[in-house]
Design a binder for this molecule. Structure first.
Ligand code: PEP
Length: 263
């Protein structure tokens, strides 16, 4: 984690868990837990990514209670509007005050066969609507063996940002597919190696200033017990957390990593 301009981001991807009533209870308890722990929200940003059907409830609660929590969608359509049954547009997410949207999660790439081109179109749609994309990239175990750690994530990043221009606000989540939900996280050194390659790619395509401002998260079996190691790395600016983001106490402890990063 570099000191200075980049505010670390701890992001919880709830996937298809928690309905809107469960979300309301979770967000309330998360806010209390972080408040009790005197969490510095300006020093570490916390964001949640609930299912689409929860977003309006989450928006209402966060606005009514003036909570310092950020939120976003788990996916977005590449289209602005029209005959696309089941799709959710970036403008609809902005209308719910979403700040972020996850794009290109490995589950979308694998289970929904999303190509790099589709991911790039979604990233562009998000940016056009004023959302900050959290662009997920990562290699499978097979890719790792065949091409080494950075080749696939770098190629996915290059393709995903093809439609963007310098100055764009961007979050990139490096999520090795083999580490997602497996309990086997990458080592902090592995995460740093790929994060550095991703930042260099951002600098090459979008310029140094945009690359320096972009936040690069690590994701894949992050827990309270291993977050500190990742956050000590120069190019890792936070974490995208799946399973552990559904455990209130665990997620709250992950967000409070500055308390244990020096230990
Ligand atoms: C994810 O789904 O983005 C993820 C990182 O999951 P987990 O933390 O459970 O590995």
């Amino acid at each position: 984690m570099t000191t200075g301009a980049r505010v670390p981001l701890i992001a919880g991807n709830w996937k298809m868990n928690l309905d809107h009533l469960q979300s309301i209870a979770f967000v309330q308890k998360l806010a209390w837990s972080l408040k009790d722990a005197r969490h510095d929200f300006a020093a570490v940003e916390v964001a949640i990514f609930p299912p689409f059907t929860d977003l309006r409830s989450v928006q209402t609660l966060i606005a009514a209670d003036k909570l310092d929590l950020h939120y976003g969608g788990q996916d977005v359509s590449e289209h602005v509007s029209g005959a696309y049954t089941g799709e959710i547009s970036a403008t609809f997410l902005r209308a719910l005050d979403c700040g972020y949207v996850i794009v290109g999660h490995s589950e979308r790439r694998t289970l929904h066969h999303e190509t790099d081109e589709k991911v790039a179109a979604k990233v562009a749609a998000a940016v056009t609507a004023g959302l900050v994309p959290v662009l997920c990239v990562g290699e499978t175990a097979e890719d790792l063996e065949l091409h080494g750690p950075s080749a696939v994530p770098v190629a996915q990043l290059r393709a995903g940002i093809a439609g963007l221009t310098a100055g764009v606000e961007l979050v990139v989540a490096y999520e090795p597919v083999w580490a997602i939900g497996s309990g086997q996280a990458a080592t902090p050194e592995q995460a740093q190696q790929v994060a550095a390659a991703l930042r260099a790619t951002l600098a090459e395509v979008l310029g140094q200033e945009t690359a320096d401002a972009a936040r690069i998260l690590y994701g894949g079996s992050v827990k309270a017990g291993n977050i500190a190691g990742f956050m000590r790395q120069t190019d890792v600016d936070g974490a995208l957390v799946g399973g552990a983001s559904l455990d209130l106490a665990e997620f709250s402890r992950i967000a409070q990593f500055p308390k244990h990063v020096g230990t």
